[in-house]
Write a protein that binds this ligand. Structure first.
Ligand code: F6P
Length: 324
């Protein structure tokens, strides 16, 4: 291969810029030319490319978001859109593609790679940490720190006013952000999609802790949790049944997706970018580069997307013990 293209797709995450930077510099190291694609797969269809060299990515390692911009392209889901994308890659003499994103991005990459027998390697960039075969995704650590910082602030005011706060965090299908930030921020209860707690059990537990002397409380709720899905309804239910507290709701929302990446995410992004270009140089394709037990690993797309990523049961136990 001589020329590669890199894009970011799906929900952005802190550290995507560091990953682009790493792909660009690893390409320069191997004497490959490197192009950036604007707005993910949509940019392939719109022929929106920019040539990048080692210097074009200066001052990007510390920046949140993605300077290549991101999108969830509907056109790329259709064969006609993918045909256009392929023609544009050929017209620009691009031999291989590096895609940075989450499960939607890898699903697109897998279909595209197989359809046109085109070399594609993925880098996991999502705050959700919901990709199988990698211990961590780029942006997750930063998002956790953002959430913990926000909940620390909520705790101050919750404690001053003897209030109970429901704090909604991101994670449509995955409870990693909720569980880990919940433990880190000392939450009373953590509601995650992987475990259905049920409202009665939640109420019993809140009553028990109130009776044990707690005067304020924080419940972290993943947006995808069954009972947390309608967070205002949950707040009303608790308010009616636990009148000792005043119940408030805070939805953290997209604040979790922004900000300067943590050192961990910057290093992870740098490692995975180098790993992606190494893999292409070895002739590999249809794989994601991940990290497993400290080692950089290559994981087939179908395992990354379809493999079952389980929540850490031991961590749930730790959360339960900590909230005694
Ligand atoms: O997948 C990342 C994520 O931030 C999810 O946690 C969240 O459910 C979703 O993206 C939000 O998407 P959007 O930015 O399109 O509202």
């Amino acid at each position: 291969i001589q020329k590669i293209a890199v894009l970011t797709s799906g929900g952005d995450s802190p550290g995507m810029n560091a990953a682009i930077r790493s792909v660009v510099r690893a390409s320069a190291y191997h004497n490959l030319s490197c192009f950036g694609v604007y707005r993910g797969y949509q940019g392939l269809i719109d022929n929106s490319f920019i040539e990048l060299n080692a210097r074009s990515v200066k001052n990007t390692i510390n920046r949140g978001g993605t300077f290549l911009k991101s999108a969830r392209s509907k056109e790329f889901m259709d064969k006609a859109g993918r045909d256009k994308a392929y023609q544009n890659l050929l017209a620009n003499h691009i031999d291989a593609l590096v895609v940075i994103g989450g499960d939607g991005t890898f699903t697109g990459a897998r279909i595209f790679g197989e359809e046109f027998n085109f070399p594609v390697v993925g880098i996991p960039g999502t705050i959700d940490n919901d990709i199988n075969g990698t211990d961590f995704t780029i942006g997750y650590d930063t998002a956790l720190n953002t959430v913990v910082e926000a909940i620390d602030k909520i705790r101050d005011t919750a404690s001053s006013h003897d209030r109970l706060f429901l704090v909604e965090v991101m994670g449509r299908d995955a409870g990693d952000i909720a569980l880990n930030s919940g433990i880190g921020a000392g939450a009373e209860e953590i509601l995650i999609p992987e475990e259905d707690m049920g409202t009665e059990r939640l109420l019993d537990s809140l009553k028990r802790s109130r009776n044990s002397g707690k005067t304020s409380s924080i419940i972290v709720v993943a947006e995808g949790d069954q009972i947390g899905k309608n967070i205002t309804k949950l707040a009303d239910f608790i308010q009616v049944n636990l009148t000792e507290y005043e119940v408030k709701v805070t939805v953290l929302g997209h604040i979790q997706r922004g900000g300067s990446p943590s050192c961990y995410d910057r290093v992870l992004a740098s490692r995975l970018g180098v790993g992606a270009v190494d893999a292409l140089m070895e002739g590999k394709s249809h794989i994601m580069i991940g990290v497993n037990h400290k080692e950089v690993v290559q994981v087939p797309f179908e395992i990354a997307i379809n493999g079952e990523k389980k929540i850490d049961e031991k961590l749930i136990r730790v959360a339960d013990i900590m909230s005694i």
